[in-house]
Write a protein that binds this ligand. Structure first.
Ligand code: KG4
Ligand code: ZN
Length: 342
């Protein structure tokens, strides 16, 4: 005890084995990430069985390094936090079992954290002034959510994707055009030299909630374009293609976000998730926020893609709200935002 609240956080929901020590919900004392990307690249995507095995191999050294970098031992932390969903069940289980063992052995409280809440909370790390209520846009490989953070651990979902997540669309389209895995960062880079208006991909509209998203139509349009060009023997201009696709995705994300902020009287807008690392999305949303008088928040790219510091930030607020998990905490692969483990 040092007057601070120091939380050891663990994240293993997909293909990053990560551990961090976070002080008072925003000061990152360590943030260790072992990425398995190289291992999955040859398969063109994450192989769940390989991910679980790699988590088992790496989890202990990653935690030890997180504690060592923070200059702490397990006895010095106030709680142990872990992502328990959503994600790949076999991957989540490694982190959950480890966190339970570590917390039990050290006599520390255990806090199960929702991965999506973690992504949103990444904003508190560099912007401790951000407080609910605010509007959040979470865009990652598995999720596309437009939410109102009504309180620290209370969220109202305004819209979500009805098919592919934004990151999934980036990955699938990048793969189809030959950019490889993971596609998001590669499309981002390729788009820099391209003309966003070179190819007109229509923006998907969804029947249903006015804030919902749909990316499968755009994905099909991209695949059709690739096939048509290849059949005609024409070479695809990758920068133009990437910039046009990106512009279509970013356009609909920004449009829904700004409209939701206006209609719900939100002044602060926080972007999060792996796709929040996208430079064009950051640029266009920042510009739209400025034009409409909203405060725009976004984490540094390292806190956008999967990491454990964001789990530590979310856990701090859960801890303050009184959340404690039992030793029966289990992985919940389809955990919804705002849902609690029983
Ligand atoms: O949050 P994250 O690390 O994992 C999930 O929770 O899904 O997000 C990974 C996703 C991948 O689809 C990846 O292609 C995408 O985020 N991504 C990007 C960029 N960096 C990562 N998409 C577009 N532009 C980027 N710079
Ligand atoms: Zn994630």
């Amino acid at each position: 005890m040092n007057g601070h609240t120091d939380i050891l956080a663990i994240e293993t929901s997909c293909d990053e084995t990560a551990a961090a020590v976070v002080r008072d919900g925003h000061e990152v004392l360590s943030n260790i990430i072992f990425s398995q990307i190289d291992m999955h690249t040859i398969y063109g995507g994450v192989v769940p069985e390989l991910a679980s095995r790699a988590h088992i191999e790496k989890i202990n050294p990653v935690i030890e390094e997180a504690l060592r970098t923070a200059g702490m031992t397990l006895q010095d932390v106030d709680a142990v936090a872990v992502t328990y969903g959503p994600g790949l069940v076999g991957a989540l289980l490694v982190g959950v079992a480890e966190a339970k063992a570590v917390a039990f052995a050290a006599g520390k409280p255990l806090i199960g954290v929702n991965h999506i809440e973690g992504h949103i909370s990444a904003n508190y790390i560099e912007h401790p002034e951000l407080k609910p209520p605010y509007l959040g846009l979470v865009v990652s490989g598995g999720h596309t959510h437009l939410v109102i953070a009504e309180d620290w651990n209370k969220f109202r979902i305004l819209g979500r994707t009805v098919d592919d997540a934004a990151g999934e669309a980036f990955d699938k389209v990048a793969r189809a055009v030959g950019l490889g895995y993971p596609g998001g960062p590669k499309m981002d880079k390729a788009a820099k030299g391209g003309d966003p208006n070179a190819i007109h991909f229509t923006k998907a509209k969804v029947n249903g909630s006015e804030y919902d998203f749909s990316f499968s139509g755009l994905k099909s349009a991209c695949l059709n374009y690739i096939n048509t060009e290849r059949m005609a023997g024409r070479e695809i201009n990758i920068p133009d293609f990437a910039a046009s696709f990106e512009n279509s995705v970013v356009g609909v994300l920004v449009e829904h976000t700004i409209r939701a902020a206006k209609e719900h009287g939100m002044k602060d807008i926080a972007l999060a998730g792996g796709v929040a690392a996208n430079s064009e999305l950051r640029r266009q949303l920042a510009e739209a926020c400025e034009a409409n008088g909203f405060h725009f928040y976004v984490p540094s790219p390292i806190f956008c893609t999967d990491n454990a510091a964001m789990i530590g930030a979310a856990a701090y607020h859960e801890f303050k709200c009184g959340t404690r998990s039992g030793w029966n905490l289990n992985a919940v692969p389809d955990l919804k935002l705002g849902e609690r483990a029983s």
